[in-house]
Design a protein around this ligand. Sequence first.
Ligand SMILES: NC(=O)c1ccc[n+]([C@@H]2O[C@H](COP(=O)([O-])OP(=O)(O)OC[C@H]3O[C@@H](n4cnc5c(N)ncnc54)[C@H](OP(=O)(O)O)[C@@H]3O)[C@@H](O)[C@H]2O)c1
Length: 314
Amino acid sequence: MKAYLLSEAGGVENLELRTIETPAIKADEVLVQTKAISINPVDVKVRPSDEALAMILQTEERPLILGWDISGVVLKVGEEVTDFAVGDKVFGMVNFPGHGKAYAEFVASPADHLAKMPEGMNFEDAAATTLAALTALQVLSGEVTAGDRVLIHAGSGGVGHFAIQIAKNMGAYVITTSSAKNRDFCIAQGADEHIDYREVKFEEVLSHIDFVLDGMGGDTLATSVKVVKPGGKIVSLPTHAFDEDLQAKADAGGVTLASVMVQSNGEDMKKLRAMLEAQTLKPHVSITFPFEQLQEAHLQIESGRTIGKAVVTL
Ligand SMILES: NC(=O)c1ccc[n+]([C@@H]2O[C@H](COP(=O)([O-])OP(=O)(O)OC[C@H]3O[C@@H](n4cnc5c(N)ncnc54)[C@H](OP(=O)(O)O)[C@@H]3O)[C@@H](O)[C@H]2O)c1
């Protein structure tokens, strides 16, 4: 099969398309013929860094195969697998954190990281509704309740556009940030209010926020502490450790700071499928690339300007 191998951390040129053996499957796995792959900021962040590769892929193995988000067709099922049959169309985030090996024509996936695709859904939309959608679901579930004032930073991005929709479905009042050009897109996802971060300081116009989903980190995270009410919470996606000064400010304001790491989870994939079927969740794929141009997809995500999701097709 063809797969992108990463022998050494580095630039996109280090993603080399090679022919290798199709993977064997374990008893609890299925072999998926990949039809679409979605690319995330994490793919781009780990590629140039041995430290980040070790942290997320949790292996010293080389060469690596990056990627986690797939949709495709089941070609083989392991002897312990009962939920899937050959020919099923499936989608999911494979082995995250871990070595997903998704940039390949065939992927061996634990069956319990996948769900069947909704009837009639195309492979691009299914591949898009994986890591970013799972992140939004896992972060918001159990945190947001009806009537909460929720602030979602980077609402026009992969996680943000799913988070707006999911928070709205939970009955929250949703405020989101992006640049002006993506205002209409954010409102179309269901946001009640939009703030153009280039023109308006959100801390000057917002207060009494119950929950912040921070997709930016840095100054955006630090400033968010000022708008959250006592007892409220900020979950930062890019930040995994908070400096003492920020933690002290949060403590003084009665604000909880938390970081998360999205986890592969077939049950959560089934929840996403139910939302897709009920049409309460809709992915937005703004750009697709053929498999031969996967490096371009990395550059697109690296730009930080992607609207919704970028997907690679096979
Ligand atoms: N911890 C975890 O488990 C986890 C899971 C998923 C993602 N993440 C992290 O979360 C972050 C977001 O991921 P993503 O997939 O949503 O990214 P993404 O799709 O690449 O986000 C792109 C969007 O960010 C917006 N943006 C850029 N700068 C902004 C700013 N200063 N304020 C508000 N919006 C801004 C852009 O809109 P404009 O062009 O309008 O600026 C663009 O639409 C990444 O750092 C990712 O690594 C972490």
